[in-house]
Design a protein around this ligand. Structure first.
Ligand code: ADP
Length: 444
């Protein structure tokens, strides 16, 4: 492995304090998801499969043994603690490992086992004795490429002499030297450069081509075109695999452009619901008042862990300081932190090291902390148009039906925000009850 400095640009944003925190870029979110998903995300939905040849039998596997993998590879899988294939892997792996190789487009949310699946495919097709690039994986950022590389290293731990190289800006390969590593993981621009300008990679020798995070990829200027240029130079027998967490039309069009004759696998996301959440609101005059109401809630009911959402970074900071001064153990998660810092704060919170997490919109997505008993909207989520942000409200408070533990949600509302709350209530057709901040006996 080659360690290189990250010069692909910082991944924290530099918004002003006062500004409401917007949606962080897709690549950072994706990386955050990778860093915080230490185990599989399970889905109760069925995997949908569309075969390129509908008449051919559909294989699925319930064990890794059925895949007849090289024994070093099987050993690597078990060493990672995997006992059986994930839902998506049950269907995807037989297709990915079939002979002759088949192309695949697969979509499922982050954490469902896509990376592990294509890493397995790459490792199973690599020939360790041949010292040139045979598998090529495109990723949207260096950090994401590195995450995939780590998986290759862990899963391939017992595959002697299989090595990874990162084709990313700043990784300097001296002129005239050959790449002897079998697996190349990199960003489209640098890969293109290494293939065509510097002739470090002979694309005609690539057996497996992976395009990971397709939705993030098309979000980045130039990456689609560069990826397509790379794909066009691959031999026709090269296996092409494309993965995406989401599947809007634009992703689908790109996928079809880049993967000829694909099998398609999709796993629907678990839906969020408010039906198992008791929602309350408290009328407050101002910020101090909101804080007092919060303290009452906090003192009045037995709380496991709580997440508190603020609309601005400034409010979040203020609240964090207030709570700290009152002796609470809180941590603040905000968009100015690096993805790694955010991941570590989330991890500490998950481990129960802090009871309260204060955060802004940036961090609302992608965190599902199941042990959280209450969620507080210190500010309601509002769009720039001054309309309620229903989607964010759902993401903050909603839970998947399957983890049906009851939750409590509190909204701290200034009088002038009351119409917004009513809109939210109507939108979700759910009841948000008023609560007297001084009398919490009404909580069910
Ligand atoms: P995705 O690429 O869809 O985000 P990953 O492949 O990164 O998903 O898997 C998410 C998490 O689940 C990782 O921590 C990974 O090690 C783990 N994982 C993947 N496949 C399995 C499996 N078959 N059994 C147990 N854990 C798995």
């Amino acid at each position: 492995t080659t360690a290189v400095p990250n010069i692909d640009g910082p991944i924290y944003n530099t918004e002003e304090e006062e500004e409401e925190e917007g949606v962080v870029d897709l690549a950072s979110n994706s990386l955050l998801n990778k860093l915080i998903h230490q185990s599989l995300v399970v889905s109760s939905h069925q995997v949908e499969v569309l075969q390129k040849d509908p008449s051919s039998p559909l294989y699925s596997v319930k064990t890794f043994e059925e895949l007849r993998l090289k024994k070093e590879l099987l050993k690597g899988i078990y060493a990672m603690g995997f006992n059986r294939p994930s839902k998506i892997q049950e269907m995807a792996l037989p297709m990915m490992l079939a002979y002759p190789p088949q192309n695949l487009i697969a979509q499922s949310q982050s954490g469902t086992g896509k990376t592990a699946a294509f890493v397995l495919a790459m490792l199973s097709r690599v020939n360790a004795l041949e010292l040139f690039p045979q598998c090529l994986c495109l990723a949207p950022t260096y950090e994401l490429a590195l995450q995939t590389g780590h998986v290759v290293e862990r899963m391939g731990k017992f595959c002697a002499d299989v090595q990874v190289i990162y084709a990313i800006r700043g990784n300097l390969i001296s002129r005239g030297s050959d790449i002897t590593k079998q697996i190349v993981i990199g960003t489209p621009g640098t890969v293109l450069d290494w293939c065509f300008k510097r002739k470090l990679i002979d694309l005609t020798k690539i057996r497996v081509f992976v395009l990971d995070e397709a939705d993030v990829m098309i979000d980045t200027q130039g990456f689609s075109d560069q990826s397509i240029r790379i794909q066009r130079a691959l031999p026709s027998e090269c296996q092409m695999l494309l993965f995406s967490a989401t599947f809007e039309d634009s992703v689908w069009r790109f996928a079809r452009q880049i993967v000829p004759d694909p099998n398609v696998i999709k796993l629907r996301k678990e839906e969020l619901t408010l039906s198992n959440i008791q929602q309350y609101y408290m009328l407050c005059e101002n910020r101090k008042d909101k804080y007092q109401a919060l303290c009452n809630v906090y003192g009045g009911i037995t709380i496991g862990q709580a997440i508190i959402f603020c609309q601005t970074r400034r409010n979040a900071k203020w609240l964090t300081l207030e709570m700290m001064q009152d002796g609470h153990q809180v941590s603040l998660l905000s968009g100015e932190l690096t993805v790694e810092q955010r991941a570590s704060i989330i991890q500490r919170f998950r481990d129960g090291k802090e009871k309260v997490l204060i955060t802004t919109n940036v961090c609302a997505r992608g965190i599902d902390v199941k042990q959280v008993t209450i969620v507080v909207n210190f500010d309601l989520p509002i769009k720039q148009t001054q309309e309620p942000d229903y989607e964010t409200y759902l993401h903050r408070i909603g839970r998947t039906g399957r983890f049906g533990k009851k939750g409590l949600a509190f909204n701290m509302i200034e009088v002038d925000k009351l119409p917004l709350l009513k809109k939210i209530q109507d939108h979700f057709n759910s009841n948000i009850k008023q609560l007297d901040p001084k009398d919490l006996d009404e909580i069910e």
